[in-house]
Design a protein around this ligand. Sequence first.
Ligand SMILES: Cc1cc2nc3c(=O)[nH]c(=O)nc-3n(C[C@H](O)[C@H](O)[C@H](O)COP(=O)(O)O)c2cc1C
Length: 336
Amino acid sequence: MMDWTDRHCRFFHRLITRRAWLYTEMVTTGALLHGDVARHLDHDPFEHPLALQIGGSEPADLAKAAQLGQRWGYQEINLNCGCPSERVQRGAFGACLMAEPTLVAEGVKAMCDSVDLPISVKHRIGLDRDEGTDMLTDFVGQVHEAGCRLFIVHARNAWLQGLSPKQNREVPPLRYGVVHQLKKDFPNARFVLNGGLQNLADIERHAADLDGGMVGRSAYHNPWILSRWDDWLIQRENTGMASVQGEGSSMAGTAILDRDAVELSMVEYMTDPKRSAGAHWYSIARHILGLRHGMPGARLWRQVWSDHRLKHLDARQVHLLAQQALHRHGNPSHAF
Ligand SMILES: Cc1cc2nc3c(=O)[nH]c(=O)nc-3n(C[C@H](O)[C@H](O)[C@H](O)COP(=O)(O)O)c2cc1C
């Protein structure tokens, strides 16, 4: 998610779940081919398994961008066909590509031919107010034929005119049934459901028929929901219900199942310039503000970590202040 799932956010989420697949913000082919590659692609291997999401439409550029992603150690390349923003439409990629299935298929084939990584596509279920599914079925059919085996489907149409990106995540109705039908139509492809899923229980509701769930906003605002995922994923793997994608991921070890320990690990990260790529603690801390979501003292704790007047302090000092704010409420620190 743009501006949200940067490398710091992903490091933080990886402390809480070792097995969930993480995705980068969308990076355009233009930024990768003509910009500062290291700034866009450098990351900590601890974040693995990690997919690089690319925005673009020219097959040759997509192939080059995918090669860069492979060289920089990502485990999957994902093509964005779901972003409805006007800026992205002007660049003729994102959601408007759903009307160009042949071009997307060419792009997917070019990427498949030039890297060994799995290529996935994230898309919507339709464009504007057309609730028919012919276009969608044709899109998935052509893209599947070209080599894409994993589809991440935001189960809403994208309205290309008249809605802001934010409204486009809320106003077009969710229609999960359309994604279930896709799975029936293309049983050899994997379909991950996205849109409005709040927690594991929501994913479980679809788990018997679909291949997974992608959680965006809820995971960002309430990251502790991720703490239950590894056990669930392991259980599903053991019963043959799920396989974890890709190779070469760093799933060794277990996630930290204690919020205080996660916070402390983030303080260590903030105070290690090599690990945090020299970022100021303040720009890292914005991602952890949801860690104590719904707990007593969370508001005061959050206020400390987001207080720009404390920017001159060391992260360890801010951590102490945040802990004091939290415990002023007599909060049991190990509450789940
Ligand atoms: C701030 C923000 C930035 C986003 N950026 C991207 C993006 O770069 N690529 C993408 O595929 N989706 C992006 N999305 C959409 C989410 O990935 C997701 O599809 C959408 O929010 C619906 O899922 P949710 O209800 O679980 O949040 C973004 C969403 C938000 C809130």
